[in-house]
Design a protein. Structure first.
Length: 295
C-alpha cells in the first residue's frame, strides 16, 4: 500500500472536523474495540503486521527511522518499539525534571487551589483524578503539565529524575479518546478513564512527584515494569499497590500500547520550564519542569 502525503492530508482534513472526529472516535463501542485492538495488535503473522503498519503509516505521521529495529513481528511490537541508542538525549541538569515521554503539551501551569484544566475553560477537580485528599492537599500550590501522546509517537515512558516509586493506585475506568475534540466535549474525561496514579520521591530533595498515565480508546493496557501485572480493562485489583522501585533519570518505567496521556504533578518549589506551553511538542528527555531557586 503506497503511502502518499495527499492521503494523509485528506484524512487530517476529515478528522479536523471536530464533530466528525468526535463521532468516529467516541460513539463506538469503546471497550469492545479496545479489547479487539489488544488482541489484533498481538497477532504475530508477517503479512498481517506489514499490512497493519502500512495502513497506519498511510494516515498518520509514523516515523520509524529512529526505531532500534525496522521489521516487526506484530503491530504491538511496532507500537511498543524501542529507539536506537542515543535517539533521546536526557537533560542531565540536577534541577531539571525531564519529560517522561514524547508528547504534545496540553493544559499546564500552576494548580488553582484544588482544580486543574482539562482544556481551556474546562476545569476538573483534582480529587476526581487522584482519588486521595492528602495528595490533593500536597499539590495545592504546585504545578502540573499534561502530556498527550499521539498514536504515531514513541510509546514508552521514562523516569524524569532519579527517584523511588512508593505507591501505585490503579483506577479502572472508561476509554474515551483523549484528543482535543473529546477534551472539549466530555467533562472530567481524564477522571473517567482508566489510569494509574504513580507516587514517587525524588532522590535529590525528597519532593513528591506524581505521574498519572491515562489510558484511552485502543490503549489495550498500561505496562509498569516493576509490577508483575499488566494494568488493563479487565484488571480489577488490588487497586492500591504498595511498591518500592528505584529508577535513574531517563530509565524506562513502562509503556502504553497506543497513544494516550501522562499528567505530571510537582509540589510547591517546582514549576514549568520557561519554554513549556500548550500545543508545543516535546521529546522524552527534554527539560519539562524545574526546581525553583529559594525565595
Amino acid at each position: 500500500m503506497k503511502d502518499t502525503p495527499s492521503s494523509r492530508r485528506l484524512m487530517s482534513r476529515l478528522l479536523d472536523q471536530e464533530d466528525l472526529n468526535f463521532l468516529l472516535t467516541n460513539r463506538l463501542p469503546r471497550a469492545l474495540l479496545t479489547r479487539f485492538m489488544g488482541w489484533f495488535s498481538k497477532i504475530e503473522q508477517p503479512l498481517v503486521a506489514r499490512l497493519s503498519i502500512a495502513v497506519w503509516r498511510r494516515f498518520a505521521d509514523l516515523d520509524l527511522s529512529e526505531a532500534r529495529q525496522q521489521e516487526f513481528r506484530s503491530m504491538h511490537a511496532c507500537f511498543t518499539r524501542e529507539l536506537k541508542e542515543g535517539a533521546r538525549p536526557i537533560n542531565a541538569a540536577p534541577d531539571i525534571l525531564a519529560s517522561p515521554c514524547d508528547a504534545i503539551i496540553g493544559a499546564c501551569g500552576p494548580i488553582d487551589g484544588t482544580t486543574v484544566l482539562q482544556a481551556k475553560g474546562a476545569p476538573y477537580p483534582l480529587l476526581d483524578l487522584l482519588g486521595d485528599e492528602d495528595l490533593v492537599a500536597h499539590y495545592r500550590k504546585g504545578s502540573y503539565v499534561t502530556l498527550r501522546l499521539k498514536s504515531s509517537m514513541y510509546h514508552r515512558f521514562h523516569a524524569p529524575a532519579d527517584l523511588q516509586v512508593e505507591h501505585v493506585t490503579y483506577i479502572s475506568g472508561d476509554v474515551w479518546n483523549v484528543n482535543p475534540p473529546a477534551l472539549k466535549r466530555v467533562e472530567g474525561l481524564y477522571c473517567k478513564n482508566e489510569r494509574a496514579v504513580i507516587r514517587s520521591r525524588l532522590n535529590a530533595d525528597g519532593a513528591l512527584l506524581t505521574l498519572v498515565p491515562v489510558a484511552a480508546i485502543l490503549v489495550a493496557s498500561i505496562r509498569l515494569h516493576w509490577l508483575d501485572v499488566l494494568l488493563h480493562l479487565r484488571y480489577r485489583g488490588p487497586n492500591e499497590i504498595p511498591t518500592r522501585a528505584g529508577f535513574r533519570k531517563g530509565e524506562e518505567m513502562g509503556w502504553f500500547e497506543h497513544g494516550s496521556t501522562i499528567i505530571a504533578f510537582v509540589p510547591e518549589g517546582y514549576g514549568l520550564c520557561q519554554e513549556i506551553e500548550t500545543g508545543r511538542g516535546i521529546r522524552m528527555g527534554e527539560a519539562l519542569l524545574r526546581r525553583l531557586p529559594p525565595g
